[in-house]
Design a protein around this ligand. Sequence first.
Ligand SMILES: [Zn+2]
Length: 94
Amino acid sequence: MPGYVGVRVGKTDGANTEFETAEEVGLTIAHELLHQGGVVHPTENNASTDVRLNRDNNGGPNDYLTTPNNDPSVLNNIMLYNLYNVNGTNVGGL
Ligand SMILES: [Zn+2]
């Protein structure tokens, strides 16, 4: 197990640098620390059934669907990336 957690606080396209907000950095740190404890993304096959999401085979590469086993608050799970859409709702827009 690594002895550190790295978090990128900005991104650049060569001309411009855009920094994450303090909230975004904090959420990313919490996300990465949970990984260190063995928590996986809800989109991974070994995620627990209360959070495990299925790929939407009729959607795009970032589209997922809930299952009857999911906790109703799964869309707020800190282990989801903002680019994911769950049941047609963009997680980043929540
Ligand atoms: Zn992650």
